[in-house]
Structure formats: C-alpha cells, structure tokens
Ligand binder design. Structure first.
Ligand code: DQA
Length: 148
C-alpha cells in the first residue's frame, strides 16, 4: 500500500511560524514522524511539499497515474481558496483523500472555516497537530481495508 503525503504552502515553515498555533516540531521532524509511523504500519509513503498551487495539482494527478492507494493532504491556505485543488481531488476519485490541518480551523478566523476540498475528502482531521497525519493514514488504511 502506498500513500502520498502532500503539504501545501508554508507547511515547510512549521516550527518557525506561529508556534503557538502550529507547535514547535519542525517540518523535517513532522516528516520523520510520518515516515516512522508508516513503517510500523507496513505502508510506503512519499512526502511532498510545495508553495505552488499548480504543483500541488500536478502531484494529485500524478497519484492517479501512479496508482497510489490514498492521499493525505494539508492544502494549507489553499484549503480556503483553491477550486483547482478541490477539482483535482474530485478528478482522481475513487482514490481516497483525507484532509489534515495542524490547527483547528473551525476555532480560528472565519475565512478558515470553509474548505473547498472537504466535500471530496473522506474525512477532515483538524486540531491534532502532527499526530493528525498519522490519524489520517489510519483512516485511509481502514477505508481501503473495508473496500477490499
Ligand atoms: C493549516 C490551516 C490553514 O488555515 C493555514 O492557512 C495553514 C495551515 C493547518 O495545518 O492548520 O497554512 O492548514
């Protein structure tokens, strides 16, 4: 089983940016956590981060052409703005996608409450910090197991 873990703009800055919101763990540590937890689950992961909307669309499409089993995505600020990323997620159905946010977007500014992507994701996980990525992998594993 192979998952793409996709992070959007400024997620590479965690550990530096707004620590009171995103925590003190830096991006490399977040990726290391995801990789070690994926090994424990016998899953292969490939991790991506881009600050560019079109690159994120390319990566989502690539998941389809490479027959990837599932995607965990934190679209970051594009969550609240990007029809293109939402369309890409919709386009690759039935590949299951879980949306993750480090912070609880529903408890923050009103403009963060809406997600263009959420309607096309099997679940949205928010407010659990880096652990949210692990929870998202478990959601994918369960969903794929139930389909087989
Ligand atoms: C975020 C929440 C977004 O609103 C914000 O733009 C981000 C990070 C999160 O992980 O909590 O960059 O996706």
């Amino acid at each position: 089983m192979k998952f793409y873990i996709i992070n959007g703009p400024n997620i590479n800055m965690v550990g530096i940016r707004e620590k009171q919101i995103y925590g003190t763990m830096d991006f490399n540590q977040v990726i290391e956590l995801i990789q070690s937890e994926s090994i424990q689950r016998g899953i292969e992961v490939e991790c991506f981060q881009s600050n560019h909307e079109g690159t994120l669309v390319d990566i989502i499409q690539d998941a389809y052409f490479k027959n990837i089993d599932g995607i965990v995505i934190n679209p970051a600020a594009y969550t609240h703005t990007s029809v293109a990323i939402a369309d890409a997620i919709k386009a690759i159905a039935p590949i299951p996608v879980v949306e993750v946010h480090l912070s609880d977007i529903k408890e923050r500014e009103a403009f963060r409450h809406h997600s263009y992507c959420a309607p096309y994701c099997i679940e949205q996980i928010k407010g659990h910090g880096p652990q949210g990525y692990i929870m998202a992998m478990d959601v994918l594993i369960k969903a794929i197991g139930e389909k087989q």
